[in-house]
Write a protein that binds this ligand. Structure first.
Ligand SMILES: [Zn+2]
Length: 271
C-alpha cells in the first residue's frame, strides 16, 4: 500500500505539471471507483487543478472552483502521466485530459481505490476521513509527544493506526522502528522520554530520506511503473537478510497477511 514517500513522490511530480493547464476531458472507465460527485466529473472540463495536498494516505487535488478531488489509492492504485494517445495501462479507472498533450490517468489492478469529488466542507462524506489523526509530518515533537502519551498498546500498532497519526503503514513503521531501535511489540507504556524522542526523530529521518530517494526515482522513471517503491528499505520484507547495522538475520513475522520485520539484536523487546 502506498505510504507517505510514495504519495509525496506522486504529488511533487504532478504538481508543476498540472499548474496552469486546463482539464480538457474526463472519463471514468471503471465508474464506481468515483464514489462521490461522479455526476459532476465532466463539469471539471475547463477548470484546473491548482494544487495537490496530501493528508495521510489521501491525495487532495484542489480545483479552481473550490471543489476538491480526494483520492485514496488503497493497495494498488497508480497514477500515470502520459502523452495523450499513449498506450493505456491495464485496469484504467479514471482519466483527465490535461492541456492538449497529456493525460493524468489512474489505474488500479485490484480496483479498491476510491475517488471523492466534493467541497472542502464536506470531507465527512469520505469514510474514515473525519476520524483520521493529523498527518505525521504536519505535527511538531511537542504535539507528537502529547498524542502518543494517550496510547498504551504495542508501538507498531500505534504507529500504523491512522486515528493516531496519518500516513505511516506497514512498511515504513518497520523502517522507523528499526531506525529508533524499538521492538515493534514494545508497549508504549514501557517507553521513556528518550524512546519517544528517538521515535520522533526516526520518523523524520526515515521519511525525509525516503522522500528524497523516491523523488529522484520518479524524476528519472516517470510515473505509472509502480504504486510503491520499496528497494531502498533496510528491514521491511528483508527476512533472513543481515541487519544493515549489526549483521544479525532480520526476523520476519506474518500476522493476518502483513509482515513485520525487525532485528532482535538492535531492537530488544525489553530495554
Ligand atoms: Zn541489527
Amino acid at each position: 500500500m502506498p505510504e507517505i514517500p510514495d504519495l509525496e513522490a506522486v504529488r511533487r511530480y504532478l504538481k508543476p505539471r498540472l499548474e496552469d493547464q486546463p482539464i480538457t476531458s474526463t472519463a471514468a472507465p471503471i465508474p464506481w471507483i468515483v464514489r462521490t460527485g461522479a455526476d459532476g466529473l465532466e463539469d471539471l472540463v475547463g477548470h484546473q487543478f491548482v494544487d495537490i495536498l496530501r493528508h495521510g494516505k489521501y491525495l487532495l487535488f484542489n480545483v479552481d472552483d473550490g471543489r476538491v478531488l480526494v483520492v485514496n489509492a488503497m493497495l494498488t492504485g497508480r497514477f500515470h502521466w502520459d502523452e495523450a494517445g499513449a498506450k493505456k495501462p491495464g485496469r484504467l479507472a479514471v482519466v483527465f485530459g490535461i492541456g492538449d498533450e497529456h493525460e493524468l490517468r489512474y489505474s488500479d489492478m485490484r480496483r479498491m481505490g476510491r475517488f471523492y469529488l466534493t467541497d472542502p466542507d464536506h470531507l465527512d462524506v469520505i469514510p474514515q476521513f473525519p476520524k483520521m489523526g493529523p498527518d505525521v509530518l504536519a505535527i511538531d515533537e511537542e504535539e507528537f509527544t502529547a498524542l502518543i502519551a494517550k496510547r498504551r498498546g504495542q508501538i507498531k500498532n500505534t504507529l500504523t493506526n491512522q486515528e493516531f497519526v496519518a500516513g505511516i503503514g506497514n512498511a515504513y513503521s518497520d523502517e522507523i522502528l528499526w531506525e529508533a531501535r524499538l521492538h515493534p511489540h514494545r508497549k508504549r507504556s514501557t517507553m521513556d522520554d528518550d524512546d519517544i524522542h528517538n521515535l520522533y526523530e526516526a520518523i523524520h529521518t526515515i521519511l525525509d530520506r525516503s522522500c528524497a530517494i523516491l523523488d529522484e526515482i520518479v524524476h528519472n522513471e516517470g510515473l505509472g511503473k509502480k504504486a510503491e517503491w520499496r528497494e531502498h528499505l533496510s528491514v521491511h520484507r528483508k527476512a533472513d537478510e543481515p541487519c544493515p547495522r549489526c549483521g544479525t538475520p532480520i526476523k520476519g513475522q506474518t500476522r493476518s497477511g502483513s509482515e513485520t520485520n525487525y532485528c532482535v539484536q538492535c531492537q530488544p523487546l525489553f530495554a
